[in-house]
Design a protein around this ligand. Structure first.
Ligand SMILES: Nc1nc2c(c(=O)[nH]1)N[C@H]1C(S)=C(S)[C@@H](COP(=O)(O)OP(=O)(O)OC[C@H]3O[C@@H](n4cnc5c(N)ncnc54)[C@H](O)[C@@H]3O)O[C@H]1N2
Ligand code: MOO
Length: 391
Protein backbone atom coordinates (compact mmCIF):
# COMPACT_ATOMS: atom_id res chain seq x y z
CA UNK A 1 0.00 0.00 0.00
CA UNK A 2 1.59 3.29 -1.12
CA UNK A 3 1.57 6.41 1.06
CA UNK A 4 -0.61 9.22 -0.33
CA UNK A 5 2.33 11.47 -1.31
CA UNK A 6 4.36 8.59 -2.80
CA UNK A 7 1.41 7.48 -4.92
CA UNK A 8 0.74 11.05 -6.06
CA UNK A 9 4.37 11.62 -7.07
CA UNK A 10 4.45 8.29 -8.92
CA UNK A 11 1.29 9.20 -10.84
CA UNK A 12 2.45 12.77 -11.60
CA UNK A 13 5.88 11.58 -12.77
CA UNK A 14 4.25 9.75 -15.72
CA UNK A 15 2.38 12.83 -17.01
CA UNK A 16 3.57 14.22 -20.35
CA UNK A 17 2.35 17.72 -21.22
CA UNK A 18 -0.19 17.92 -24.02
CA UNK A 19 0.77 19.80 -27.22
CA UNK A 20 0.00 23.54 -27.06
CA UNK A 21 -2.66 25.31 -29.11
CA UNK A 22 -3.92 28.87 -29.56
CA UNK A 23 -7.43 29.74 -28.35
CA UNK A 24 -9.58 32.88 -28.45
CA UNK A 25 -9.58 34.92 -25.24
CA UNK A 26 -13.19 34.05 -24.51
CA UNK A 27 -12.22 30.35 -24.46
CA UNK A 28 -9.08 30.82 -22.36
CA UNK A 29 -10.73 30.60 -18.94
CA UNK A 30 -9.39 27.62 -16.91
CA UNK A 31 -6.82 26.79 -19.62
CA UNK A 32 -3.10 26.70 -18.78
CA UNK A 33 -0.63 29.11 -20.36
CA UNK A 34 2.01 27.34 -22.45
CA UNK A 35 4.34 30.36 -22.65
CA UNK A 36 5.38 33.40 -20.60
CA UNK A 37 3.48 36.57 -21.51
CA UNK A 38 5.39 39.87 -21.88
CA UNK A 39 3.70 43.26 -22.10
CA UNK A 40 4.15 45.05 -25.43
CA UNK A 41 3.72 48.60 -24.09
CA UNK A 42 3.91 50.73 -20.94
CA UNK A 43 0.82 50.84 -18.73
CA UNK A 44 -0.51 53.40 -18.50
CA UNK A 45 0.76 54.09 -22.02
CA UNK A 46 0.86 57.89 -21.36
CA UNK A 47 0.59 60.22 -18.37
CA UNK A 48 -3.11 59.94 -17.66
CA UNK A 49 -5.48 62.10 -15.66
CA UNK A 50 -6.92 60.31 -12.62
CA UNK A 51 -9.67 62.92 -12.13
CA UNK A 52 -12.17 65.08 -13.94
CA UNK A 53 -10.90 68.63 -13.35
CA UNK A 54 -8.19 71.00 -14.62
CA UNK A 55 -4.56 70.36 -15.61
CA UNK A 56 -1.99 73.12 -15.08
CA UNK A 57 1.59 73.81 -14.01
CA UNK A 58 1.95 73.49 -10.24
CA UNK A 59 3.92 76.75 -10.30
CA UNK A 60 0.70 78.51 -11.46
CA UNK A 61 -1.61 76.75 -8.97
CA UNK A 62 -2.24 79.81 -6.80
CA UNK A 63 -3.08 82.02 -9.81
CA UNK A 64 -6.21 82.68 -11.80
CA UNK A 65 -6.05 80.25 -14.77
CA UNK A 66 -7.33 80.68 -18.30
CA UNK A 67 -8.90 77.49 -19.78
CA UNK A 68 -7.38 77.02 -23.27
CA UNK A 69 -8.55 73.53 -24.35
CA UNK A 70 -10.80 70.68 -23.22
CA UNK A 71 -9.09 67.28 -23.08
CA UNK A 72 -11.06 64.06 -22.96
CA UNK A 73 -10.08 60.37 -23.08
CA UNK A 74 -9.25 59.42 -26.66
CA UNK A 75 -8.21 62.95 -27.76
CA UNK A 76 -4.66 64.09 -28.52
CA UNK A 77 -3.91 67.53 -26.95
CA UNK A 78 -3.37 70.33 -29.48
CA UNK A 79 -1.96 73.23 -27.47
CA UNK A 80 0.93 73.54 -25.01
CA UNK A 81 0.26 75.61 -21.88
CA UNK A 82 1.67 79.08 -21.39
CA UNK A 83 1.99 80.76 -17.98
CA UNK A 84 -1.33 80.92 -16.05
CA UNK A 85 -3.17 78.70 -18.51
CA UNK A 86 -4.88 75.35 -17.89
CA UNK A 87 -6.79 72.58 -19.64
CA UNK A 88 -10.21 71.37 -18.67
CA UNK A 89 -9.51 67.64 -18.44
CA UNK A 90 -11.49 64.39 -18.04
CA UNK A 91 -10.48 61.20 -16.29
CA UNK A 92 -8.44 58.98 -18.66
CA UNK A 93 -7.29 61.87 -20.92
CA UNK A 94 -3.63 62.43 -21.82
CA UNK A 95 -1.95 64.96 -19.50
CA UNK A 96 0.28 66.95 -21.87
CA UNK A 97 3.94 67.49 -20.99
CA UNK A 98 3.35 71.18 -20.34
CA UNK A 99 1.14 70.31 -17.32
CA UNK A 100 2.35 68.59 -14.13
CA UNK A 101 -0.71 68.80 -11.89
CA UNK A 102 -4.44 68.00 -12.13
CA UNK A 103 -6.85 69.42 -9.58
CA UNK A 104 -10.31 67.96 -9.41
CA UNK A 105 -13.49 69.72 -10.42
CA UNK A 106 -14.68 69.87 -6.78
CA UNK A 107 -11.52 71.90 -5.90
CA UNK A 108 -12.14 74.44 -8.69
CA UNK A 109 -14.18 77.69 -8.76
CA UNK A 110 -15.10 79.71 -11.84
CA UNK A 111 -14.15 83.34 -11.33
CA UNK A 112 -15.11 84.63 -14.79
CA UNK A 113 -16.13 83.00 -18.08
CA UNK A 114 -13.17 80.77 -19.08
CA UNK A 115 -11.24 81.50 -15.86
CA UNK A 116 -10.84 79.20 -12.84
CA UNK A 117 -8.93 79.13 -9.59
CA UNK A 118 -7.87 76.13 -7.49
CA UNK A 119 -9.30 76.24 -3.94
CA UNK A 120 -7.03 73.49 -2.64
CA UNK A 121 -3.36 74.48 -2.76
CA UNK A 122 -2.29 71.17 -1.23
CA UNK A 123 -3.92 69.07 -4.00
CA UNK A 124 -2.07 65.98 -5.19
CA UNK A 125 -0.97 65.75 -8.83
CA UNK A 126 -3.74 63.28 -9.70
CA UNK A 127 -1.72 61.85 -12.58
CA UNK A 128 -1.18 58.13 -13.30
CA UNK A 129 2.32 58.19 -14.74
CA UNK A 130 3.34 56.34 -17.92
CA UNK A 131 4.68 52.86 -17.12
CA UNK A 132 3.98 53.05 -13.37
CA UNK A 133 1.91 49.83 -13.45
CA UNK A 134 3.68 47.82 -16.15
CA UNK A 135 6.86 48.53 -18.13
CA UNK A 136 7.10 47.61 -21.82
CA UNK A 137 8.76 44.17 -22.07
CA UNK A 138 7.88 43.20 -18.48
CA UNK A 139 6.79 39.57 -17.84
CA UNK A 140 3.17 39.78 -16.70
CA UNK A 141 2.12 36.12 -16.64
CA UNK A 142 4.21 32.98 -16.32
CA UNK A 143 3.97 29.77 -18.33
CA UNK A 144 1.87 27.14 -16.44
CA UNK A 145 -0.52 29.76 -15.01
CA UNK A 146 -4.04 28.38 -14.72
CA UNK A 147 -6.02 31.20 -16.34
CA UNK A 148 -8.76 32.65 -14.14
CA UNK A 149 -10.97 35.72 -14.55
CA UNK A 150 -8.33 37.97 -13.00
CA UNK A 151 -5.73 36.91 -15.61
CA UNK A 152 -7.93 37.66 -18.63
CA UNK A 153 -7.66 41.48 -18.40
CA UNK A 154 -3.88 41.13 -18.24
CA UNK A 155 -3.87 39.06 -21.45
CA UNK A 156 -6.27 41.51 -23.11
CA UNK A 157 -4.18 44.50 -21.97
CA UNK A 158 -1.04 42.90 -23.38
CA UNK A 159 -2.78 42.42 -26.74
CA UNK A 160 -2.66 38.62 -26.48
CA UNK A 161 -5.94 37.96 -28.27
CA UNK A 162 -5.12 34.27 -28.85
CA UNK A 163 -3.05 32.95 -25.93
CA UNK A 164 -0.99 29.79 -26.38
CA UNK A 165 -2.33 27.17 -23.95
CA UNK A 166 -1.70 23.50 -23.33
CA UNK A 167 -4.15 21.09 -24.95
CA UNK A 168 -6.75 19.26 -22.90
CA UNK A 169 -6.75 15.45 -22.76
CA UNK A 170 -9.67 13.48 -24.17
CA UNK A 171 -11.17 11.60 -21.25
CA UNK A 172 -13.66 8.71 -21.23
CA UNK A 173 -15.72 7.81 -18.15
CA UNK A 174 -17.31 4.41 -17.49
CA UNK A 175 -19.04 2.84 -14.51
CA UNK A 176 -18.52 -0.88 -14.04
CA UNK A 177 -20.79 -3.18 -12.05
CA UNK A 178 -23.53 -5.68 -12.91
CA UNK A 179 -25.63 -4.25 -10.05
CA UNK A 180 -25.80 -0.75 -11.57
CA UNK A 181 -28.68 1.01 -13.32
CA UNK A 182 -28.75 4.61 -14.56
CA UNK A 183 -30.45 7.32 -12.42
CA UNK A 184 -33.62 7.35 -14.55
CA UNK A 185 -34.35 3.68 -13.75
CA UNK A 186 -36.01 2.23 -10.66
CA UNK A 187 -33.50 -0.27 -9.24
CA UNK A 188 -34.76 -3.79 -8.52
CA UNK A 189 -34.11 -5.25 -5.05
CA UNK A 190 -30.53 -6.29 -5.91
CA UNK A 191 -29.57 -3.19 -7.93
CA UNK A 192 -28.19 0.25 -7.16
CA UNK A 193 -28.24 3.56 -9.05
CA UNK A 194 -25.05 4.67 -10.74
CA UNK A 195 -24.11 7.89 -8.96
CA UNK A 196 -20.38 7.88 -9.72
CA UNK A 197 -20.60 8.81 -13.39
CA UNK A 198 -22.50 12.08 -12.94
CA UNK A 199 -20.18 12.98 -10.08
CA UNK A 200 -17.02 12.33 -12.11
CA UNK A 201 -18.33 14.08 -15.22
CA UNK A 202 -19.10 17.09 -13.03
CA UNK A 203 -15.66 17.01 -11.37
CA UNK A 204 -14.18 16.98 -14.89
CA UNK A 205 -16.50 19.75 -16.08
CA UNK A 206 -15.29 21.90 -13.16
CA UNK A 207 -11.85 21.57 -14.73
CA UNK A 208 -13.35 22.49 -18.14
CA UNK A 209 -12.80 18.96 -19.42
CA UNK A 210 -15.79 17.68 -21.39
CA UNK A 211 -15.43 13.93 -21.09
CA UNK A 212 -17.12 11.25 -23.18
CA UNK A 213 -19.45 9.06 -21.14
CA UNK A 214 -19.42 5.38 -22.10
CA UNK A 215 -22.18 4.15 -19.79
CA UNK A 216 -22.31 1.15 -17.48
CA UNK A 217 -20.22 -1.93 -18.25
CA UNK A 218 -21.18 -5.29 -16.73
CA UNK A 219 -18.60 -7.20 -14.68
CA UNK A 220 -17.79 -9.38 -17.67
CA UNK A 221 -14.23 -9.67 -18.86
CA UNK A 222 -14.75 -9.86 -22.66
CA UNK A 223 -17.15 -6.88 -22.54
CA UNK A 224 -14.76 -4.85 -20.37
CA UNK A 225 -11.87 -5.68 -22.71
CA UNK A 226 -13.82 -4.59 -25.75
CA UNK A 227 -15.15 -1.35 -24.23
CA UNK A 228 -11.81 -0.25 -22.80
CA UNK A 229 -9.98 -1.04 -26.02
CA UNK A 230 -12.59 0.98 -27.99
CA UNK A 231 -12.27 3.91 -25.57
CA UNK A 232 -8.49 3.96 -25.97
CA UNK A 233 -8.85 4.74 -29.70
CA UNK A 234 -9.98 8.27 -28.97
CA UNK A 235 -9.23 8.90 -25.29
CA UNK A 236 -5.89 9.56 -23.70
CA UNK A 237 -7.31 8.93 -20.24
CA UNK A 238 -9.94 6.36 -19.27
CA UNK A 239 -11.60 6.67 -15.87
CA UNK A 240 -13.50 3.66 -14.57
CA UNK A 241 -15.19 3.10 -11.24
CA UNK A 242 -15.77 -0.19 -9.48
CA UNK A 243 -14.17 -3.59 -9.73
CA UNK A 244 -10.74 -2.60 -8.44
CA UNK A 245 -10.63 -4.47 -5.15
CA UNK A 246 -9.91 -8.17 -4.60
CA UNK A 247 -13.34 -9.82 -5.13
CA UNK A 248 -13.93 -12.50 -7.79
CA UNK A 249 -15.66 -9.93 -10.00
CA UNK A 250 -13.10 -7.16 -9.49
CA UNK A 251 -11.78 -7.61 -13.00
CA UNK A 252 -10.20 -4.25 -13.81
CA UNK A 253 -6.57 -5.06 -12.91
CA UNK A 254 -6.61 -8.23 -15.06
CA UNK A 255 -8.35 -6.54 -17.95
CA UNK A 256 -5.82 -3.69 -17.97
CA UNK A 257 -2.89 -6.10 -17.81
CA UNK A 258 -4.36 -8.01 -20.77
CA UNK A 259 -4.61 -4.68 -22.63
CA UNK A 260 -0.85 -4.24 -22.18
CA UNK A 261 -1.03 -1.63 -19.40
CA UNK A 262 1.63 -1.38 -16.68
CA UNK A 263 -0.14 -1.21 -13.35
CA UNK A 264 1.72 1.40 -11.29
CA UNK A 265 -0.64 1.79 -8.31
CA UNK A 266 -3.11 -0.68 -6.77
CA UNK A 267 -3.77 0.58 -3.24
CA UNK A 268 -2.89 3.77 -1.38
CA UNK A 269 -2.98 4.55 2.34
CA UNK A 270 -6.02 6.84 2.31
CA UNK A 271 -9.49 6.41 3.75
CA UNK A 272 -11.89 6.31 2.06
CA UNK A 273 -10.45 5.06 -1.21
CA UNK A 274 -7.75 2.50 -0.46
CA UNK A 275 -8.11 0.43 -3.65
CA UNK A 276 -7.32 2.46 -6.78
CA UNK A 277 -5.66 1.38 -9.99
CA UNK A 278 -3.43 3.71 -11.94
CA UNK A 279 -2.07 2.17 -15.11
CA UNK A 280 -0.18 3.38 -18.14
CA UNK A 281 0.33 2.12 -21.67
CA UNK A 282 2.53 4.47 -23.73
CA UNK A 283 0.65 7.77 -23.91
CA UNK A 284 -2.59 6.28 -22.51
CA UNK A 285 -3.56 6.27 -18.87
CA UNK A 286 -6.27 4.54 -16.90
CA UNK A 287 -7.63 5.25 -13.44
CA UNK A 288 -9.69 2.47 -11.90
CA UNK A 289 -11.38 4.26 -9.02
CA UNK A 290 -13.19 2.58 -6.20
CA UNK A 291 -16.89 1.85 -6.72
CA UNK A 292 -17.87 3.44 -3.44
CA UNK A 293 -19.05 6.98 -4.26
CA UNK A 294 -17.24 8.91 -1.52
CA UNK A 295 -14.05 6.98 -2.27
CA UNK A 296 -14.21 7.78 -5.98
CA UNK A 297 -14.87 11.45 -5.18
CA UNK A 298 -11.87 11.64 -2.84
CA UNK A 299 -9.61 9.70 -5.23
CA UNK A 300 -10.52 12.10 -8.03
CA UNK A 301 -9.69 15.14 -5.89
CA UNK A 302 -6.44 13.69 -4.54
CA UNK A 303 -5.03 11.95 -7.60
CA UNK A 304 -6.98 12.36 -10.85
CA UNK A 305 -7.31 16.15 -10.71
CA UNK A 306 -3.60 16.87 -10.13
CA UNK A 307 -2.72 14.31 -12.81
CA UNK A 308 -5.01 15.86 -15.44
CA UNK A 309 -3.66 19.31 -14.55
CA UNK A 310 -0.11 17.93 -14.98
CA UNK A 311 -1.07 16.75 -18.51
CA UNK A 312 -2.26 20.33 -19.08
CA UNK A 313 1.07 21.76 -17.89
CA UNK A 314 -0.06 22.99 -14.47
CA UNK A 315 1.22 21.90 -11.04
CA UNK A 316 -2.03 21.88 -9.09
CA UNK A 317 -1.82 22.82 -5.40
CA UNK A 318 -4.91 22.57 -3.25
CA UNK A 319 -5.42 25.41 -0.81
CA UNK A 320 -5.17 24.03 2.71
CA UNK A 321 -6.72 25.93 5.64
CA UNK A 322 -5.48 25.27 9.17
CA UNK A 323 -8.23 25.82 11.74
CA UNK A 324 -9.15 24.59 15.26
CA UNK A 325 -11.23 21.44 15.59
CA UNK A 326 -14.70 22.12 17.06
CA UNK A 327 -15.10 18.80 18.88
CA UNK A 328 -12.86 15.89 19.85
CA UNK A 329 -12.35 13.11 17.27
CA UNK A 330 -11.21 9.53 17.85
CA UNK A 331 -10.58 6.56 15.57
CA UNK A 332 -9.55 2.97 16.26
CA UNK A 333 -7.25 2.37 13.29
CA UNK A 334 -4.73 4.89 12.09
CA UNK A 335 -2.92 2.99 9.32
CA UNK A 336 -4.26 5.34 6.61
CA UNK A 337 -4.66 9.07 6.15
CA UNK A 338 -8.34 9.83 6.72
CA UNK A 339 -10.35 12.39 4.76
CA UNK A 340 -13.44 13.30 6.76
CA UNK A 341 -16.30 15.50 5.47
CA UNK A 342 -16.59 18.65 7.62
CA UNK A 343 -18.06 22.14 7.71
CA UNK A 344 -16.62 25.39 9.03
CA UNK A 345 -18.64 26.87 11.92
CA UNK A 346 -19.43 30.50 12.73
CA UNK A 347 -16.30 30.74 14.93
CA UNK A 348 -14.15 29.33 12.10
CA UNK A 349 -13.99 25.98 13.93
CA UNK A 350 -14.08 22.64 12.08
CA UNK A 351 -17.25 20.62 12.58
CA UNK A 352 -17.22 17.02 11.31
CA UNK A 353 -20.54 15.90 9.80
CA UNK A 354 -22.07 12.51 10.59
CA UNK A 355 -20.21 10.14 8.26
CA UNK A 356 -20.83 6.40 7.95
CA UNK A 357 -18.09 5.64 5.43
CA UNK A 358 -17.34 5.42 1.76
CA UNK A 359 -20.91 4.88 0.50
CA UNK A 360 -22.40 7.80 2.46
CA UNK A 361 -22.77 10.38 -0.30
CA UNK A 362 -25.20 12.51 1.69
CA UNK A 363 -22.42 13.23 4.18
CA UNK A 364 -20.36 14.63 1.34
CA UNK A 365 -23.17 16.75 -0.06
CA UNK A 366 -23.71 18.27 3.38
CA UNK A 367 -20.04 19.20 3.79
CA UNK A 368 -17.88 21.95 2.36
CA UNK A 369 -14.41 20.65 3.26
CA UNK A 370 -12.42 17.48 3.85
CA UNK A 371 -10.42 17.24 7.06
CA UNK A 372 -7.07 15.44 6.82
CA UNK A 373 -6.32 13.10 9.72
CA UNK A 374 -2.67 12.06 9.31
CA UNK A 375 -1.60 8.43 9.46
CA UNK A 376 -0.67 7.38 13.01
CA UNK A 377 -3.04 9.88 14.67
CA UNK A 378 -5.79 8.19 16.71
CA UNK A 379 -7.26 11.19 18.53
CA UNK A 380 -7.50 14.92 17.98
CA UNK A 381 -8.57 17.15 20.87
CA UNK A 382 -11.06 20.01 20.61
CA UNK A 383 -9.16 23.20 19.74
CA UNK A 384 -6.21 21.42 18.09
CA UNK A 385 -5.41 22.90 14.71
CA UNK A 386 -6.22 20.67 11.73
CA UNK A 387 -5.85 20.91 7.95
CA UNK A 388 -8.89 21.09 5.68
CA UNK A 389 -9.32 21.47 1.93
CA UNK A 390 -12.46 22.73 0.20
CA UNK A 391 -14.50 20.37 -1.97
N1 LIG B 1 -11.37 -8.54 0.92
C1 LIG B 1 -11.36 -7.23 0.74
N2 LIG B 1 -12.49 -6.64 0.33
C2 LIG B 1 -12.52 -5.32 0.14
C3 LIG B 1 -11.37 -4.53 0.38
C4 LIG B 1 -10.19 -5.19 0.81
O1 LIG B 1 -9.14 -4.56 1.05
N3 LIG B 1 -10.24 -6.55 0.95
N4 LIG B 1 -11.44 -3.18 0.24
C5 LIG B 1 -12.73 -2.58 0.45
C6 LIG B 1 -12.71 -1.18 0.14
S1 LIG B 1 -11.91 -0.18 1.21
C7 LIG B 1 -13.38 -0.67 -0.92
S2 LIG B 1 -13.42 1.03 -1.16
C8 LIG B 1 -14.11 -1.50 -1.87
C9 LIG B 1 -13.75 -1.12 -3.28
O2 LIG B 1 -14.34 -1.97 -4.12
P1 LIG B 1 -14.38 -1.77 -5.69
O3 LIG B 1 -13.69 -0.53 -6.07
O4 LIG B 1 -13.94 -3.03 -6.29
O5 LIG B 1 -15.88 -1.44 -5.98
P2 LIG B 1 -17.11 -2.42 -6.12
O6 LIG B 1 -16.92 -3.62 -5.31
O7 LIG B 1 -17.43 -2.55 -7.54
O8 LIG B 1 -18.21 -1.48 -5.44
C10 LIG B 1 -18.14 -1.07 -4.11
C11 LIG B 1 -19.51 -0.51 -3.70
O9 LIG B 1 -19.79 0.64 -4.46
C12 LIG B 1 -21.01 0.50 -5.21
N5 LIG B 1 -20.84 1.11 -6.51
C13 LIG B 1 -20.06 0.65 -7.50
N6 LIG B 1 -20.14 1.45 -8.57
C14 LIG B 1 -21.01 2.42 -8.26
C15 LIG B 1 -21.53 3.52 -8.97
N7 LIG B 1 -21.13 3.77 -10.22
N8 LIG B 1 -22.41 4.34 -8.36
C16 LIG B 1 -22.81 4.06 -7.09
N9 LIG B 1 -22.35 3.03 -6.37
C17 LIG B 1 -21.47 2.20 -6.94
C18 LIG B 1 -21.18 -1.00 -5.32
O10 LIG B 1 -22.50 -1.37 -5.58
C19 LIG B 1 -20.65 -1.48 -3.99
O11 LIG B 1 -21.62 -1.34 -3.01
O12 LIG B 1 -13.80 -2.86 -1.69
C20 LIG B 1 -13.84 -3.29 -0.32
N10 LIG B 1 -13.67 -4.71 -0.29
O1 MOO C 1 -11.16 2.58 1.04
MO1 MOO C 1 -12.75 2.08 1.04
O2 MOO C 1 -13.10 3.49 0.14
O3 MOO C 1 -12.58 2.63 2.73
O4 MOO C 1 -14.30 2.02 1.68
Amino acid sequence: MLEYKTALERILSTAKEMPAEKVDLQHALKRVLAEDVFHDMDMPPFNKSAMDGFACRRADLSNELEVVETLFAGKLPEKALLKNQCYKIMTGAVVPESADCVFKKEDAAWVAPGKVICKNQSTGNNICYQGEDIKKGEKVLAKSTLISARHLPVLAGAGVARPLVFGRPDVAVFATGTELVEPDAKPRSFQIRNSNSSQLLAQLAEMKIQAGYGGIIQDDEPVLLEKISEALNNSRVVILTGGVSVGDFDLIPDVLTKQGFDILVTTTAIKPGKPMIFARKGGNYCFGLSGNPVSSFVQFELYVKPFLFALMGHRFQTEILTLPLGKEMNRKKSDRMDFVPVNIGAEMEIIPVEFHGSAHINALSGATHLLEVPKGVNAIKKGERVNVRSI
